[in-house]
Design a binder for this molecule. Structure first.
Ligand SMILES: O=C1O[C@H](COP(=O)(O)O)[C@@H](O)[C@H](O)[C@H]1O
Length: 257
């Protein structure tokens, strides 16, 4: 697993713009060497703002959207089209504005599919298994870029502090009783997250400052799930000044004046 690098931007707006630029460049780089790429989306405020910035960027046309697999790190177990679903926000902010191959948009299904949360998690695990290549040596692809928002309690995806999902070794799990609504969710687990090539934790706001410090300073993932957000080749903590305000100055590289 890689050691996190911390990059700090002026504010949430600049952070979303900078992460958007990074995503575009990252996807173009992967596609130019391998043809297709994979991107795991997150919900949450900065996550969705980043997608809107990608959509607004003239550079977005440098990405070959038809050869991109879109996955989700987590989903709120709500019917399709529900405004609280991460998918709904992602579609409105970006996915509806670019020429994706619908077969490569891998949605975590909600209760309107007729599935229980457990069945939906199992169906997603099966979709991941089918997408895994021999070189992944795992029942899921090694994603090129996996984006994670982070809550003030340090949760990433739908992995909340102290909850059983943090010990689960299956690739995808149903989560019940989440402290943030809605209580039922579907989430990738830490083994799949940690198999991604690059994991980028994106956070803004003073209310996240303590969790950011703990995630970067030796806490375990059961206490602070973001502490387990590490990529195989690269881990980035992309922060605004407020969320970075409690980490030692030596840890962060200021990127926006
Ligand atoms: O519920 C969720 O929250 C987190 C963080 O959201 P934020 O609004 O505090 O940025 C998000 O990463 C996750 O995908 C989502 O389901």
């Amino acid at each position: 697993m890689s050691v996190p690098s911390v990059i700090i931007h002026r504010d949430a707006d600049m952070l979303a713009k900078a992460v958007a630029a990074r995503v575009i460049t990252g996807l173009v780089d992967v596609q130019s060497s391998r043809g297709s790429a994979s991107l795991v989306l997150t919900g949450g405020t900065v996550g969705i703002a980043t997608l809107a910035e990608i959509a607004a960027s003239p550079a977005r046309d440098a990405v070959d959207w038809r050869h991109l697999d879109i996955w989700w790190g987590d989903e709120r177990f709500l019917p399709s089209g529900d405004p609280e679903r991460n998918e709904t926000g992602a579609r409105a902010a970006l996915l509806d504005h670019v020429d994706l191959d619908p077969a490569r948009v891998h949605v975590m299904r909600g209760p309107d599919s007729g599935m229980t949360a457990e069945e939906s998690a199992d169906a997603y695990a099966e979709e991941l298994r089918r997408a895994a290549r021999p070189e992944d040596h795992a029942p899921a692809p090694s994603f090129d870029i996996l984006l994670l928002g982070m809550g003030p309690d340090g949760h990433v995806a739908s992995l909340f502090p102290g909850m059983p999902a943090l010990y689960d070794t299956r690739p995808v799990v149903a989560v019940h009783g989440a402290p943030k609504p809605p209580p039922t969710r579907i989430s990738l687990t830490l083994p799949v997250i940690q198999a991604a090539r690059e994991v980028w934790v994106v956070a803004a706001g003073e209310e996240k400052a303590s969790a950011v410090r703990l995630a970067l300073s030796g806490s375990g993932p059961v206490q602070i799930p973001a502490a387990g957000a590490r990529g195989r080749q690269r881990t980035l903590f992309l922060l605004d000044r407020a969320s970075a305000s409690k980490i030692p100055a030596s840890l962060g590289r200021i990127s926006s004046p």
